[in-house]
Design a protein around this ligand. Structure first.
Ligand SMILES: Nc1ncnc2c1ncn2[C@@H]1O[C@H](COP(=O)(O)OP(=O)(O)OP(=O)(O)O)[C@@H](O)[C@H]1O
Ligand SMILES: [Mg+2]
Length: 272
């Protein structure tokens, strides 16, 4: 089991000008599922992922992992960020072995675990290279290997391929899918790229901004292996774009509603 249940989850950051980043988020991420969180910049994607990781706590509602409230970081949940932030003075294997080293694992075991983890992301043979000797895509793979080294049940990935060129990104997406198909770990993957979300995910969770709420969830019922550009994927993409367009053009709370009022008391038809 490796599932998340979020109920009426809200997050407000305090301070002189409090920011409500998330409001009333209800979501069940099933064990082994690949879920993409999609939304505009600032809509709360990273905040939501940080809550799943245990790096942030909800202000209201609850976030549970396998039935337990998420109380802090946990090796069962591996994290991958946009910037892998590898230590430049350590080899790739030493970077990947950093977590096990902190946990007191012996040198030989650390080395074995790191080598195994690097092989899983296609970096076998690169153990003794330093980060500056690798390409951006390879550094990103090393970041994924570092997350895999603890054999986590879940991968939480925050725009992991945001900083690499388009072709490398495509290669990394395909490698990630292969890894997921082999190991069936639960993956929650943050992106603002509609094509990436639809290509990768079982379900795409579209967040709306100010504050982040779940606007709509799209099932991507397209069997794998998927082929980029195939009609059924493009159709889901078109649906997602339409929904994004709807968010962008929904009336501001101060504006009169553009549609004739319906019997529903809902203030915004977009959320019906
Ligand atoms: N530690 C913090 N303190 C105060 N406000 C914060 C903090 N972290 C995030 N926020 C605010 O919460 C909102 C959501 O931020 P978040 O980083 O989750 O957005 P995002 O969807 O990941 O954006 P991006 O796509 O640009 O990464 C923003 O308004 C941001 O300024
Ligand atoms: Mg973010």
């Amino acid at each position: 089991m490796a599932e998340f249940v979020l109920e009426s989850l809200g997050k407000t950051f305090g301070g002189a000008l409090p920011v409500t980043a998330l409001e009333d988020v209800n979501l069940h991420v099933r064990s082994g599922e690949f879920v993409c969180l999609l939304g505009a910049s600032g809509c709360g994607k990273s905040t939501l992922l940080d809550i799943l990781a245990g790096l942030e706590t909800p202000s209201s509602g609850s976030a549970r992992f396998d039935g337990e409230p998420i109380a802090g970081p946990d090796p069962r949940r591996g994290l991958v960020f946009q910037d892998p932030a590898l230590f430049p003075w350590r080899t790739i294997a030493q970077n990947v072995a950093f977590g096990p080293e902190l946990r007191g694992l012996g040198r030989r075991q650390r080395r074995e675990r790191a080598a195994e983890s690097l092989a899983r992301v296609g970096l076998g043979g690169f153990e003794d290279r330093y980060p500056h000797q690798l390409s951006g895509g390879m550094r990103q793979r090393a970041g994924i290997a570092r997350a895999l080294v603890n054999n986590p049940e879940v991968l939480l990935m925050d725009e992991p391929f945001g900083a690499v060129d388009h072709l490398t990104r495509i290669a990394l997406q395909e490698d990630l899918l292969r890894l997921w198909e082999r190991e069936r770990r639960t993956i929650v993957f943050v992106t603002h790229d509609v094509g990436e979300a639809v290509f990768l995910a079982d379900r795409v969770v579209l967040l709306s901004p100010r504050p982040g709420r779940i606007h709509r969830i799209f099932e991507v019922a397209v069997p794998r292996p998927r082929v980029r550009g195939q009609k059924s994927l493009i159709e889901v993409e078109a649906e997602v774009y339409q929904a994004i367009h709807g968010i962008a053009h929904r009336p501001e709370p101060s504006e009169p509603a553009a549609l004739p009022s319906s019997p529903s008391p809902s203030p915004s038809p977009a959320y019906a």
